[in-house]
Design a protein around this ligand. Sequence first.
Ligand code: NAD
Length: 733
Amino acid sequence: MTEFTMATDADGVATITWDTPGKSMNVMSLEGFSELDGLIDKALADDAVKGVIVTSGKEGSFAGGMDLNIIAKMKDSVGDNPAKGLFDGVMATHKILRKIERGGMDAKNKGGKPICAALPGTALGIGLEIPLACHHIIAADNPKAKIGLPEIMVGIFPGMGGTTRLSWKMGAMAASPLLLEGKLNNPKRAKSAGVVDEVVAPEELLAKAKEWVLSEPKIVKPWDEKGYKIPGGAPYHPAGFMTFVGANAMVNGKTKGVFPAAKALLSAVYEGMQVPFDTALKIEARWFTNVLMNPSSTAMIRSLFINKEALEKGANRPDVPDQKVKKLGVIGAGMMGAGIALVSAQAGIEVVLIDQKQEAADRGKAYSESYMDKGIARKKATPEKKEQLLNRITATTDYAALAGADLIIEAVFEDVGVKAAVTKEVLAAVGPDCIFATNTSTLPITELAKAADNAEQFIGIHFFSPVEKMLLVEIIKGKQTGDRAVAKALDFVRQIRKTPIVVNDARFFYANRCIIPYINEGIRLVKEGVEPTLVENAAKLLGMPLGPLQLVDETSIDLGVKIAKATRAAMGDDYPDGEVDEVLFWMADEGRLGRKTSAGFYAYDEKGKRQGLWDGLEARYPVSDAQPELSEVQHRLLFAQVLEAVRALEEGVLEDIREGDVGAILGWGFAPWSGGPFGWLDILGAERAVELTEALAKKHGARFATPDLLREIAASGGGFYDRFGTGSDAKAA
Ligand code: NAD
């Protein structure tokens, strides 16, 4: 496969064009690297070539990065000594990029040919690391283009020289948002940040690159000259030293030490800045190898990139013709309905937003208006865009406006009777093919479907709050839900650019089924006399974005009470959470309903800003003298969630562990470093998980009982991904 081609013009400028066949954006493969290497050799050796332009054959982009599928598999494909194999592989790419950077100069920086990167647009990951090795970077002024190094977002860091080159070029402080947060910029911002050198009109890109190449520019990089001082100072200078003190604190504060890539990146920069440039690259390669060898990076790449993308592309979509939504009816213009209307209109879908009173419907639409106003204030939207979006939303009380709708999403009060009445009224107003979805968070879909004449066309589409921010949508099949309804829901989620998981109908579906026991375990611990701060910090130190007590404050304590009452009514004597309810109901009686009342497990100031944990909690549930080990609290909090995920798989609520893992990270922020609950179990090892759950069950009760499936996996000696990894055979038992 030819990915790179080269043509030399009459003026002696060789243009190397990157054009991965069959892809809309270039992605780097190992073969691609060796093609680029061969062409650079040829250009440097050819006396007729005065200089080189490296560009892309794709409109609007240079490259999307390295093929992460390759990175994920690299460890397994480099032989018996994977660390050495990886290190050697990374060093081989450094050699190619360093060759570009030296441009054929001798040891005294004499001679050499200028090499200019000409970026038509987006340049990510290796797509920026190659340009950073060139002598000059020109980007086309394409405001939609994104330029940056986002590797940290999927659990690795820029390990093909990007970390070293960017930090040596800009200084550690200026490079830190780009490296540690993976911040992406459009070309103009990339220029002001100092990442690219010039921004030109797209049609002038190649001409300007040629002009630069022929201008006999100075090509030696500052770090290849004597006496180069890294901006901001190297770590052994007082100024540079302080940068690292701050950076360390920031990284540990943000990652709680559980994301290996951030620490490794910082180490690569810190150590690299104290040695010559070539040694710095070697250090970067060593840390990069260290991260690739860490099971966390494999798990993160798998869930956050490979499987997330597979689900978005419809990995589990039934084979039914295109079901794209043209006209959507949203019933209930409250918090959820207003958000659903907004994201749908953003995707270009015509929306009818219905509520009982015109004022309520208008209020729902006004949510989109204020959202767009904020966007305009931040220069992310324009008044025209706002007008177009608002024109797509009709706020009304009139069900007749639903005529022609092909999908309905009902988001009225969480009440079976109200939902049934609304379902009947809607179905009388729409055509026979319209799919009806409910956004219920707790009510069984199969039960709600009874209000519809055709249960095959009835489905759950469960959004998370706030709708415009949360990336996950949980699609729930009732017992009779048909393929077309599933395909419709999946196609809709794709239109609004969120990530779907498809699960079967059971109490709390998948996400809430795992989140509720997490919150409950936190509350139980408090009732037992465990320090509330220990509970919250134990969760944070696992990489959970919110401790269980903060989470229940955010989602509201009265909602917890409502769910507890409904669950107790449904389960009768089997109801297991009486202990938890005692605390929860007491909090509700005290009027402490969480953030919305500025009072909950936490105290809040008069502006509603969260302060420390509320001291009244300790007065009612005194802290015991003997506190448990941190690891025991952590295991209780993690297994409370993870065992539910395993049971959901055992019971067939989950059909695919990829959905279980991606859904957990995107839905409630489950320790992303682990790749999700199944990823975590695989890192821990099933045998160890059996041991731990047996001990927990003995001490704390049946909620920690070891599921049969976990025992089976432990006995087989493999992991969940060995058995269910591809999704095709993911049905358990
Ligand atoms: P909400 O109280 O903010 O909004 C409900 C809206 O429905 C109100 O505007 C109300 O006037 C309207 N409504 C009630 N009866 C109606 C009828 N007969 N016809 C038309 N409109 C009617 O509630 P919400 O938080 O937006 O929740 C809506 C649904 O979404 C519930 O089923 C809830 O369980 C579910 N849900 C909520 C969340 C959440 O975090 N709030 C998350 C996921 C799902």
